[in-house]
Write a protein that binds this ligand. Structure first.
Ligand code: HSE
Length: 423
């Protein structure tokens, strides 16, 4: 007698959906029976593809009584949000790669799924092919994780790596990356740090076991990073990376952010280049670990989607209550620290007129704002009679640093860059 196959409904057959489809084709116990797409007539790069399973109506997938698991791969908030809720109401488990939806509506969706005794799995939503969510929930479950530093966006890491290697400007590298298909035509979501912010919101929620609200995540993109900053950072023993970080202090307050950061060349993250992603986690008792790998792409992301599908498939029919580690409800919402109250080290690049006492004045302003300097470098005076002064501070409160920057600018200098430094 033929065993009952587990039936999957796919919403979206783009890059990741295609990878999922191709990888599941040889499975005998799992079958993708319906796929919702925008355009039925688009040629599909899948061997032996049966077009009759395609529909342009996503509700045909979520309302199909035969389907056990709905796999949402269209991204964005709507219609994904409504489709997932409808699918859950209809008794389906969900696998999704939708980081924006989870960051914005995770709490509501996970509570909704819990109420209906269904699960939403999302390994593919954070760092594509790197296994993170299940390892944190299973083999690392005994840890108190209190720090994450991660490269969660391949596009920005590609751009920063190219700027570093070629000494090229952000604008030139972006254009080149768009030409090669590494950056979107509208790159805002990646280069302004939204994508990384969505990912760290959910990742920190899982790691800290407290819900992090997206609106409390501080975010800065890479558009102001200059080729000169890359050079200066290199000279000082650092690389510049877009870092998504989350820290939990001893009182349980969270500090979650995305911004460019000078990373010591001795640190693993400094050597994560091009589109590769990496996540460093620190906790007790494990200490520090770094997981790295492809953060996007057809097959790496499909690997995570399929892992989630198989995890649910293994449980289906055995019990009416799926494993608790698959659930994602949190009673507690983290209190998040405002960035102005955080303590950081800073790299500052100042363009100053070649007047006597300029460096002394910058030092005085810093001292008046309780800022101690670790290093100050001026290499030469340019033809236009200005000089670039590079400063690295010791640990400083953000609001003091912002005050000092205002005063340095009021004094007639131009502050070209202010980038936080890894501590
Ligand atoms: N756009 C993302 C990146 C991949 O560049 O890493 C999908 O999250």
């Amino acid at each position: 007698m033929e065993k009952n196959k587990i039936k999957i409904g796919l919403i979206g057959l783009g890059t990741v959906g295609t990878g999922v489809f191709k990888t599941l084709q040889p499975y005998e116990n799992i079958e993708i029976t319906k796929v919702a797409v925008k355009n039925i007539n688009k040629p599909r790069n899948i061997e032996n593809f049966d077009n009759s399973i395609l529909t342009t109506d996503c509700y045909e997938v979520v309302n199909d009584p035969e389907i056990d698991i709905v796999c949402e791969l269209i991204g964005g908030v709507e219609p994904a949000f409504s489709l997932i809720k409808k699918a859950i109401e209809n008794g389906k488990h969900i696998v999704t790669a939708n980081k924006e939806l989870l960051a914005k509506h995770g709490e509501e969706l996970f509570n909704f799924a819990e109420k209906h005794n269904k699960v939403i799995l999302y390994e593919a939503a954070i760092a594509g092919g790197i296994p993170l969510i299940m390892p944190i929930k299973t083999i690392l479950a005994g840890n108190k994780i209190n720090k994450i530093e991660a490269i969660l966006n391949g596009t920005t890491n590609y751009i920063l790596t190219k700027m570093d290697v070629q000494g090229a400007s952000y604008a030139d590298v972006l254009k080149e990356a768009q030409g090669l298909g590494y950056a979107e035509t509208d790159p805002t979501g990646d280069v302004e740090g939204f994508d990384a912010a969505y990912k760290i919101t959910t990742l920190a929620t899982i790691a800290f076991k407290k819900r992090i609200k997206l609106e409390n995540v501080y975010r800065e993109g890479i558009t102001n990073v200059r080729a000169q900053d890359m050079l200066a950072a290199n000279d000082l023993g650092y690389k510049i990376k877009l870092i998504a970080s989350a820290k939990l202090d001893e009182n349980g307050n969270a500090d979650v952010r995305v911004h460019p950061m000078l990373i010591s060349k001795k640190s693993t993250l400094a050597h994560i280049d091009y589109v590769t992603n990496a996540v460093s986690l620190s906790g007790h008792p494990v200490g520090s670990i770094t997981l790295s790998g492809p953060g996007a792409g057809e097959f790496p992301t499909a690997s995570s989607v399929i892992g989630d599908i198989l995890a649910i498939a293994a449980e289906l029919g055995k019990t009416d209550y799926l494993l608790p580690m698959m659930r994602c409800c949190h009673d507690e919402t983290a209190n998040c620290i405002d960035v102005k109250d955080t303590i950081n080290k800073y790299y500052i690049s100042i363009n100053a007129k070649n007047n006597k006492g300029v460096i002394g004045k910058i030092g005085t302003i810093c001292a008046e704002n309780d800022i101690s300097l670790a290093s100050i470098v001026q290499r030469c005076v340019s033809e236009d009679n200005t000089a670039d002064i590079t400063v690295i501070t010791e640990l400083v409160q953000e609001k003091n640093m912002q005050n000092a920057i205002k005063q340095i600018e009021q004094d007639g200098n131009i502050v070209n860059s202010l980038i936080r430094v890894q501590v």
